[in-house]
Design a protein around this ligand. Structure first.
Ligand SMILES: C[S@@+](CC[C@H](N)C(=O)[O-])C[C@H]1O[C@@H](n2cnc3c(N)ncnc32)[C@H](O)[C@@H]1O
Length: 256
């Protein structure tokens, strides 16, 4: 990995986050409550969003999934449990990758790596997942080009993509930075706007944060409680105001 980790957005925050998720029983309980299943979420992917990936995973012994920014790989572990696929993931967090290797030792390959720097062979994967990680590509068009090469012919890229926090809100799903990067790589997509679901999810997340606050504080994680409250503050507004500032989309992308 690059020696300039300080230059990478949120690098130290994610190292701390994954050290916390490995230790905290209260955070696991919070995730189950907020998202329907504990995937150590820092993003916005609940079990309903992850189940949307399942129909795109082919059946067979030689099926390979890659998760970009896989964290401790709990999402991949779930997808493997449901499909039997070989799972691959990379993340810049050393804590997360060490945890993933212990948790999911079978039919799995986890690497420490940076979006835009790590390389995989061409035509290696049936499905590539990027849930709330595309934003961290320094050059999204170039990274989408890499992903396109890594997909087998007929393979699918599945992306959970949010606007209004890391990325600025644009007009609609066809004007996002991701849509531009896909167009530049001549990749076509189907998109579902899940902004409404996300508003409800953030409200549930806020209620769960309040419910698990004391347990988190007792474990010494009051800083995470503050962050959860800040992340979900926008769900206190009306949906109309929320949707003016935030949007969330699921893109299902193929190159045919
Ligand atoms: C918002 S979290 C999403 C995690 C997970 N995919 C999910 O949906 O819950 C972003 C993830 O990308 C990783 N990440 C952020 N920037 C990265 C980079 N430049 N290279 C590799 N991984 C990165 C973080 O460590 C974290 O696991």
């Amino acid at each position: 990995m690059t020696d300039n980790r300080d230059d990478l957005l949120f690098y130290h925050a994610y190292e701390e986050f994954y050290a916390m998720t490995a230790r905290s029983e209260a955070f696991r309980a919070f995730c189950r409550d907020a998202f329907g299943r504990d995937f150590s979420q820092d993003g916005f992917s609940d079990i309903a969003q992850i189940n949307r990936i399942l129909p795109y995973i082919p059946v067979g012994d030689d099926v390979h999934l890659l998760d970009v920014g896989c964290g401790n790989a709990k999402m991949l572990g779930y997808l493997q449990e449901r499909t039997g696929a070989f799972i691959h993931g990379f993340d810049y967090s050393a804590h997360a990758i060490a945890d993933a290797r212990v948790r999911f030792p079978n039919r799995a390959d986890f690497r420490e790596g940076i979006i835009g720097e790590i390389e995989y062979p061409d035509a290696a994967f049936d499905v590539i997942i990027s849930m709330d990680s595309m934003y961290f590509a320094k050059d999204m068009t170039a990274f989408v080009g890499q992903v396109r090469r890594w997909l087998k012919p007929g393979g699918v890229l599945f992306v959970g993509y949010q606007e209004g926090d890391v990325m600025p809100r644009t007009r609609n799903a066809d004007t996002t930075e991701l849509a531009k990067a896909l167009a530049e790589n001549r990749m076509t997509y189907e998109v579902t706007d899940i902004t409404g679901e996300t508003y409800e999810l953030l409200r549930t997340k806020r209620t769960a944060a309040i419910r698990h606050r004391d347990a988190l504080v007792k474990e010494g994680y009051s800083g995470w409680v503050d962050l959860l409250m800040l992340q979900t503050e926008c769900s206190e507004e009306s949906y109309e105001l929320f949707a003016r500032k935030m949007a969330r989309y699921i893109y299902v992308v193929s190159d045919v």
